[in-house]
Design a protein. Structure first.
Length: 210
């Protein structure tokens, strides 16, 4: 082997050793950080699983408290779940129990407090809250809440709000839109047809037969 090749290898080796010495701390730190990240991720997954199981247990407990009509305990349980994935379901169940027990204002407060992350559940909360507000004589607030409703239940509730305020034409329009989105055979369909008839409208079936 030529002397210049030996010198090149020696120089390369020295460069490698020097680079290792200069970057050893960074290399070790990177390995430690990588291990920490892996361990941290596993810990986080385990923590999340434990938390989900705890929340599921609390949700089951709340169901038992509602069944036993112990709404004070149910409310306390619901408060401890307001930040978890069960928060919206808990609020809906608790509000229903409160309303059925004659505690409408408590039910309104329960639904006002929940902040659903899911669009579908948000629509359900909004529609139920609007109906409670209608029952409380707050049709104006219910109408504002349902201003952009686009599902059958929301449109039907908005029609009810318009009707409560004496807006028969707007109520008829909302009932008609809700009916168009409701499948044949749905229990909601018959209710909407009756409401539409009360405000002088006619269902698509009635129109077809005329």
């Amino acid at each position: 082997m030529a002397i210049d090749e030996l010198l090149d290898e020696h120089e390369q080796s020295e460069r490698v050793r020097r680079w290792v010495r200069e970057n050893a701390l960074g290399l070790v730190g990177g390995v430690v950080l990588g291990l920490a990240l892996v361990g941290g991720w596993k810990w986080w997954q385990g923590h999340q699983q434990v938390q989900r199981e705890a929340e599921a247990a609390k949700y089951e407990a709340l169901q038992g408290q509602i069944k036993a009509q112990d709404l004070a305990k149910a409310k306390a349980t619901a408060a401890s779940l307001q930040q978890g994935p069960y928060a919206t379901l808990v609020a809906l169940d608790l509000a229903k129990a409160q309303a059925m027990s004659g505690k409408r204002d408590d039910a309104i407060a329960t639904l006002r407090a929940v902040k659903p992350g899911d669009a579908l559940l948000a629509g359900v909360v909004r529609e139920r809250l609007a109906r409670l507000l209608l029952d409380a004589g707050k049709a104006d607030e219910a109408l504002r809440m349902l201003s952009d409703a686009g599902d059958p239940a929301g449109l039907g509730a908005r029609g009810d709000a318009h009707l409560a305020l004496g807006h028969r034409d707007q109520a008829r329009s909302d009932y008609d839109k809700a009916l168009a989105l409701t499948t044949v055979g749905s229990p909601m369909r018959r209710v909407l047809e009756l409401k539409l008839s009360e405000v002088g409208g006619a269902s698509a079936q009635a129109k077809a037969g005329s």
